[in-house]
Design a binder for this molecule. Structure first.
Ligand SMILES: *Cc1c(COP(=O)(O)O)cnc(C)c1O
Ligand SMILES: [Zn+2]
Length: 478
């Protein structure tokens, strides 16, 4: 194969197996036992900066695409690829925003809530952080056809990386029927991806794409791909960077396939190992109530990492129960509408290392939190707001203190799912019932309703006067 990197390799996550593969292979599962693969580095033989602040030197080298990228300017911390193989479209130009209005809603002191806005990525979600790394690996192994199953954002990112680069990549996307938000579907179609809509949900699409990738030798871009997680580690590096390399008290992230939470945990495990941080933030992973496998397994059934040997019988029994009851994942937060999270085991490792907690929040809590995020700063899609709703819940439980620094990850852009936003704020009751009421959302307590006025100048002026006096429309209760 094309490139062999001696200081990086892939290793089976199963402690009873630990099979290793070179980085020149595209396997996506352990060939011996089928467990997840991890990218592992021989750090002793690699040049790693002695302090995180040394990465600031890259800021003055922004004409170099590898230093401009918010992922690859940290390339010494994901050193699996020769620099001349890196595929980048300038991802990771994201920001950490202090959001006091949202912080008040969550119950935090001024200055304590920060929102890591990953909607600023080229495809509008954090997925680009992972895609740039996986495409780099695909290029290393000489892959051309690349595929994923997706609730939307993975496919949008995949389509961007195929169409915006010139290495001959062809995108194949599997989606469940009726399950994809319009903003995301629009991206896949607009960027020219072959889009295969199967009759079924995400879990069905995932199952099929694995079979097809296996049968046709297509490169798999789902987060079972361990190289994606390498790129997603850099979200944490950028959070640290924005906090002058001082770890926050909490990282709160929505949990779907659990790639992000797993990547964050791996980032902190490695930073600690390398002596680049001395304190590790706590991790909170937030499920939607309609897709609550992680919360059920961890918070209710007590599933833990157990030093690398988690009791997977618990998981098997839980999934058997799901099958028996015919229960399908269902939440307005479509990006986390997943009942069989592929990175479950890696997430358990992250929770173990970061003294993590798991919670679930309802669609009502998600939509209310989303309205505050929108009113208080940069807007997000429903799944992202689960992090803010989760932080509020943990604050109310007293697990997060008002004076702690909390970073919520806003995983995707507001415009990804305009349907949910318009249903919540709009005046059309029938539409509200159809999109949100049918999911148990009863009230749009923080709706910023459009005001309907006759086409008459005096009426318009009177209305503006009326609403300007009563303060801002957003935040007023029904
Ligand atoms: C993919 C996605 C998630 C879920 O992330 P996982 O890594 O699968 O847990 C959450 N929010 C948005 C916007 C996403 O696109
Ligand atoms: Zn194995």
């Amino acid at each position: 194969m094309a490139v062999i990197t001696e200081t990086a390799y892939q290793q089976c996550l199963n402690l009873a197996c630990l099979t290793t593969l070179g980085v020149e292979q595209a396997a996506f599962a352990c060939p011996k036992c089928g467990d997840l693969l991890d990218v592992v580095y021989d750090w002793d033989r690699l040049p790693v900066p002695s302090r995180l602040s040394e990465f600031e030197a890259k800021w003055s080298d922004r004409l170099n695409p590898l230093s401009f990228s918010g992922v690859w300017r940290f390339r010494e911390l994901l050193p699996f690829a020769p620099p001349d193989q890196i595929v980048t479209v300038g991802e990771g130009q994201t920001l950490l925003q202090t959001a006091d209005k949202v912080g008040q809603f969550v119950g935090l002191n001024p200055g304590c809530l920060k929102l890591q806005y990953e909607g600023m990525n080229p495809s509008g979600s954090f997925k680009d952080n992972g895609m740039t790394a996986a495409f780099t690996h695909a290029r290393m192994v000489g892959a051309r056809r690349v595929a994923c199953a997706s609730t939307g954002n993975t496919s949008a990112a995949l389509a961007v990386y195929c169409s915006a680069t010139s290495y001959g990549f062809k995108a194949i996307i599997f989606i469940g029927s009726g399950k994809i938000a319009y903003g995301k579907l629009a991206q896949a179609l607009d960027h020219g991806a072959l889009t295969i809509q199967i009759v079924g949900d995400f879990d069905d699409a995932m199952h099929r794409v694995k079979q097809v990738a296996d049968r046709l030798g297509i490169y798999l871009m789902n987060s079972v791909n361990p190289f994606r997680l390498e790129g997603q580690k850099t979200i944490m590096y950028r959070v640290l960077e924005a906090l002058a390399w001082e770890p926050p008290d909490w990282i709160v992230v929505p949990g779907g396939n659990l790639g992000n939470s797993s990547a964050f945990g791996k980032a902190f495990i490695e930073l600690k190992h390398l002596g680049l941080i001395d304190r590790v933030p706590r991790l909170a992973v937030i499920n939607a109530a309609g897709a609550q496998t992680l919360d059920q397994l961890v918070s209710t059934h007590g599933l833990t990492w157990s030093n690398g040997l988690p009791d997977m019988n618990l998981t098997d029994r839980y999934y058997a129960g799901l099958d028996a009851s015919g229960l399908k994942a269902s939440t307005i937060a479509s990006a986390i509408e997943i009942n069989r999270p592929v990175n479950l085991k890696k997430c358990l490792r992250a929770i173990d290392f970061c003294d993590g907690v798991v919670r679930q929040v309802s669609d009502q809590e998600i939509m209310d939190a989303k309205a505050w995020v929108g009113a208080g700063g940069l807007g997000c899609e429903p799944a992202s707001a689960a992090s803010v709703a989760g932080a509020k819940r943990l604050r109310e439980e007293g697990i997060i203190a008002p004076s702690e620094t909390v970073v919520c990850i806003l995983t995707g852009h507001q415009l990804k799912d305009p349907t949910a936003t318009v249903a919540y704020h709009g005046a059309d009751q029938e539409n509200f019932e159809k999109v949100l009421g049918s999911r148990g959302v009863r009230r749009a307590g923080f709706a910023n309703r459009p005001v309907i006025v006759p086409n008459d100048l005096d009426d318009i002026i009177r209305t503006i006067a009326l609403y300007s006096e009563s303060g801002d429309a957003n935040g007023s209760s029904d």
